[in-house]
Write a protein that binds this ligand. Structure first.
Ligand code: NAI
Length: 338
């Protein structure tokens, strides 16, 4: 069966890691017809921060997308095109599996946790205004509907993937109303999944526990802001943003993307590590039912890291993107001909 997938290569190193990922998927024999499209609307680059409406239509049509990073201005400028894409497509669940890759230097071994972050509201609602000069208000929006929806996603995921325990992370001791509503909504859903252990942790304690003993965690369920911070923190435990995947999932479509940015310091130099986008593509293969190909590519990736000859500079190696990609392709060939 041929799958139709929207490919948004993105900017900076995006096209480089997208090309490498596409080569590996094709070599594994997955039948994909890529609909390649820019995520940002065409126009003068400095002023045009708008999302490409055609990209949104393409993802809606194909229901699956693979996406590279896109740049966002800091402290001013237009809102993020990445966030606009996720919001327009109502991709409410951000899924971040965090697991060691043998051969990648990390602070801990044996980490295997899954983070589920609410993706549509909280302090990322974009509702900010200046009350009077020198005073700015940012609105934190928490709704029962979105909190219940993300909790249901997390508990369903735990049930389907044999996960045993979920920690809901909050600051309801201080934000009694907003985080309180989040917690109450999660508790209602948790009660419907008695086989999954349910616990709650205040976010500051959770951060401390995470860097002291990450192996105690199985799944974390968080509102948007804490989820953003803690998922990068967790990535740091296993080697950083270059080696963890991410998926943004909604009821109608899903977009799989690397969590790192456009890496302007190395863009165009052929040095980028495609692992994060490749691993996100493996989540995508599972999502579209290509489990065998996903497992084979995963095995080739692990073999490449275990051998440790052709790894990229960000993980302490010397290889460039091309050499690393060729090593994965060689490993894939060896696995396939076994
Ligand atoms: P970044 O992730 O682009 O870079 C941070 C550091 O990690 C740099 O030294 C970079 O060279 C390195 N790095 C990142 N990915 C790498 C890879 N695949 N291989 C090798 N090295 C890699 O973060 P930064 O500099 O904060 O952001 C740059 C731009 O990317 C900004 O405009 C930001 O808004 C955007 N961004 C976009 C994201 C997305 O599209 N989802 C996510 C994060 C940032």
């Amino acid at each position: 069966m041929k799958h139709q997938v929207t490919l948004i290569p993105g900017e900076g190193i995006g096209p480089e890691v997208a090309r490498a990922t596409r080569r590996i998927l094709e070599a594994a024999g997955v039948q994909i017809e890529w609909e390649e499209i820019a995520g940002r609307a065409a126009g003068p680059s400095d002023h045009n921060q708008r999302v490409n409406q055609e990209a949104i239509r393409s993802v809606r049509r194909n229901r699956v997308a693979l996406k590279g990073p896109m740049a966002t201005a800091i402290a001013g400028g237009a809102p993020s095109v990445n966030v606009a894409l996720r919001k327009s497509l109502d991709l409410y669940a951000n899924l971040r599996p965090v697991k060691n890759i043998p051969g990648v230097k990390s602070h801990f071994e044996g980490v295997d946790l899954t983070i589920v972050r609410e993706n549509t509201e909280d302090l990322y609602s974009g509702l900010e205004h200046e009350v009077v000069p020198g005073v700015v208000e940012s609105l934190k929006i928490i709704t029962e509907k979105a909190s219940t929806r993300i909790a249901r996603f997390a508990f369903d995921y735990a049930r389907r993937h044999g996960r045993k325990k979920i920690h809901a992370i909050h600051k309801a001791n201080i934000m009694k109303m907003s985080d309180g509503l989040f917690l109450r909504s999660v508790r209602t859903v948790a009660a419907q999944f008695p086989e999954i252990q349910y616990q709650e942790l205040i976010v500051d304690n959770a951060c401390m526990q995470m860097v002291m003993d990450p192996l105690q965690f199985d799944m974390l369920l968080l509102p948007n802001l804490y989820g953003d911070v803690m998922s990068d923190l967790a990535a740091g435990l296993v080697g950083g943003l270059g080696v963890v995947p991410s998926a943004n999932i909604g009821d109608d479509c899903a977009m799989f993307e690397a969590v790192h940015g456009t890496a302007p310091d190395i863009a165009g130099k052929g040095l980028a590590n495609p692992t994060a986008l490749l691993m996100s593509a493996l989540l995508m293969l599972d999502h579209i039912g290509e489990h065998v190909a996903a497992e084979r590519i995963q095995a080739a990736l692990l073999k490449t890291y275990q051998e440790g000859i052709y790894t990229t500079r960000d993980v302490g190696g010397k290889a460039n993107t091309e050499q690393f990609t060729n090593a994965v392709l060689d490993a894939l060939g060896a696995i396939t001909s076994k």
